[in-house]
Ligand binder design. Structure first.
Ligand SMILES: Nc1nc(=O)c2ncn([C@@H]3O[C@@H]4COP(=O)(O)O[C@H]5[C@@H](O)[C@H](n6cnc7c(N)ncnc76)O[C@@H]5COP(=O)(O)O[C@@H]3[C@@H]4O)c2[nH]1
Lengths: 183, 183
């Protein structure tokens, strides 16, 4: 089950490394930037769209989402790559009143692998199975993170149902709804 | 099968992005560094130890391997992370005569995931299966790369059998043996 391994890879190779450092990175960022309404609780917001259709620039998905700046780089020696760089992007998300909320936002990158694999016949699964794999990825990841002491309160997984994609502000609304929940 | 998905992920999310740019990165590096004996053919050498036991600093594995410098950073927008950094480390590997050979070297990062998963009871497989998974990873990756036009002649996979680990220069010798093969 591909999604099971990708969820573990996402945790072991990334979340377990970066989430414990997130609070300090955000503190350093706020010291050098004007952050008006930081999504309280300093979490990494991880977007998981059911259709695995991921864009590389969130600001192009919804005009109420603006790229602000990147958090400071984290350099970690990994598997022979000296000083491999881990960083996150900070976005400003506007609500219905036009007020900006800062948050650390990204898609779950392994979904790109699920999407591409479903397009390659030799990879072993097709589009019908892909949705199931995304759900399995989400549940496995949720389970792993709930049992992880290092990652507690440092993340928020948002499963995005693509039925509402007709609304041009579907994504910003989903993010803000989830930001409120954690306060 | 975890290894199958990890091999596809390694190709889709990494090798397919970085290998086509490798030649240019190396050319840029040579313009600013003294490279005496570059492993001809500008390939990324990917180490795959059967026991999945990966160190983060190659120079600590074998005293004939010295870290030289990093290739220039590649910045690519990925899944909401603006300017995600992809880079590789260049090492100098000394042969029996003390001559230095430059090469771009790293372990296959997904093996870290295989190793950690085999240590976590909730992940689904243990140490006995791990060796099988590493072999499956190697064969799947080999197969994918052989059919990839973008990656032709840009990589070299080295499967490392850990039986010779008693030799303190086992790793440098394996690398040099493989460097010669490609010339
Ligand atoms: N050597 C090396 N250098 C890299 O820059 C790199 N980037 C990815 N990979 C490996 O390729 C494969 C595909 O990557 P993907 O991004 O889809 O998944 C990644 C991604 O979802 C997340 N992740 C890792 N590093 C970052 C990062 N810097 N920013 C965001 N996400 C990251 O965690 C997963 C597992 O990472 P690794 O376990 O390091 O190995 C990956 C993986 O096996 C790399 N390998």
């Amino acid at each position: 089950n591909v999604a099971h391994g990708l969820a573990w890879s996402f945790y072991i190779g990334y979340l377990r490394l970066v989430l414990p450092r997130l609070k300090d990175s955000i503190a350093e960022f706020c010291a050098t930037h004007r952050a008006r309404r930081w999504g309280r609780g300093s979490r990494l917001i991880i977007l998981i769209p059911l259709n695995a259709n991921i864009s590389h620039k969130l600001n192009e998905e919804d005009d109420r989402i603006h790229f602000y700046d990147n958090l400071p780089n984290n350099e970690i020696d990994r598997a022979g790559v000296q000083g491999r760089v881990y960083k996150h992007s900070v976005y400003r998300v506007l609500d219905e009143l036009g007020q900006a909320h800062e948050c650390v936002l990204e898609y779950a990158t392994p979904l790109l692998t699920l999407y591409s694999m479903s397009q390659e016949s030799s990879a072993g699964f097709g589009e019908p199975e892909r949705r199931q794999q995304v759900l399995l990825f989400f549940r496995t990841l949720q389970d792993i993170l709930e049992h992880s002491l290092d990652c507690r309160n440092r993340y928020k997984l948002i499963l995005l149902n693509d039925e509402h994609e007709a609304d041009p502000h579907f994504l910003s609304k989903a993010i803000l709804r989830n930001l409120e929940q954690q306060e």
